[in-house]
Design a protein around this ligand. Structure first.
Ligand code: ZN
Length: 305
């Protein structure tokens, strides 16, 4: 839980950088670890001095003391300052001291995530929703002419939610041999299976030829789903390509499952044949275009445009 909260970011800021110490008596705010002066913690600002500090958990009051109405820094180094970096950081620290003050009373904490400066569940929720919207940029576009299960499969692939061996291992599930079942050369991850694997590369080359596309370069899962939008032509052409791309992903996954669970040996030519026939069946049954010819579809799927 501590790790979770430690890693949590709101509005791009780590959670411990959002809560700011407001120094009253200085007995609760940590001199090095809390943000109370400037916009970062002092341990980040002066790492050389922090490494020399004996009591890393000291408070602001421990280090800044009032002497005759003037604040001064009370050090507690484990050895004297010697390097240029240490002396330079110390000069900066000395410049900070006269700018500090104790306002009196108890130390308090200010919510520093947005301009309101006040903590509320509603504000946190708003920031979390914004963060989620920023992070989730999808290239996958829902495509009506392929079945729902194929759309969902594509969506799960883009989110890296497929139960690949790598993902199962991450969830501490014993998968035995973790290598890709299609090529047996590297660990099976979604990235490898759908882009880097020699078998799936062969399939993509077949699609490239069939659909008369330029060379397909896939370095990331997102490249698969952004492919249709990079192709020149009408929206209908993009729609057909989009469905074929999804069908290709579906067939790669199905073939992988056959190899894992039925010990089948998928061949590139069979996988391409499968993509052609399933996509024909789905396009034929949902398209408004009459008389889609199987023979012409196999020759070039955009022949009717
Ligand atoms: Zn492989």
């Amino acid at each position: 839980m501590i790790t979770l909260v430690g890693n949590l970011k709101l509005g791009g800021k780590e959670i411990h950088n959002i809560i700011r110490g407001s120094v009253g008596s200085g007995t609760e705010v940590s001199f090095w670890h809390d943000i109370w002066y400037g916009t970062t913690t002092l341990c980040q600002r002066w790492p050389c001095l922090f490494s020399l500090e004996k009591n890393k958990r000291c408070t602001v009051r421990d280090r800044l003391q009032d002497r005759n109405g003037m604040l001064s820094f009370v050090d507690n180094w484990r050895c004297g300052l010697s390097t240029v970096e240490e002396l330079s950081e110390y000069r900066d620290l000395q410049e900070m001291v006269p700018k500090c003050s104790f306002s009196g009373g108890k130390d308090s904490w200010v919510w520093n995530a947005d301009s309101s400066n006040s903590f509320s569940v509603q504000n946190v929720k708003k920031i979390l929703i914004n963060d989620r919207n920023v992070r989730r940029v999808h290239n996958m576009v829902w495509t009506g002419w392929v079945p729902l299960k194929v759309n969902i499969h594509a969506w799960r692939l883009e989110m890296d939610r497929l139960p690949t061996k790598k993902n199962l291992r991450r969830r501490k599930i014993n998968v035995g041999d973790g290598s890709c079942v299609l090529c047996r050369s590297v660990e099976e991850s979604a990235l490898h299976l759908f882009t880097g694997c020699i078998v799936s590369s062969g399939v993509w080359q077949g699609i490239e030829k069939w659909c008369r596309l330029g060379p397909i370069f896939l370095f990331d899962i997102k490249d698969i789903f952004s492919l249709p939008s990079t192709i020149p032509g009408t929206n209908t052409k993009k729609k057909i390509i989009r469905g074929i791309v999804m069908t290709t992903c579906w067939v790669i996954w199905k073939s992988r499952n056959k190899a894992v669970f039925e010990d089948a040996k998928p061949r590139v030519c069979d996988m391409i044949a499968c993509i052609k026939s399933w996509s024909y069946l789905w396009f034929h049954s949902s398209s408004k275009v009459d008389n889609i010819s199987w023979k012409d579809w196999c020759r070039y799927p955009m022949y009717m445009l």
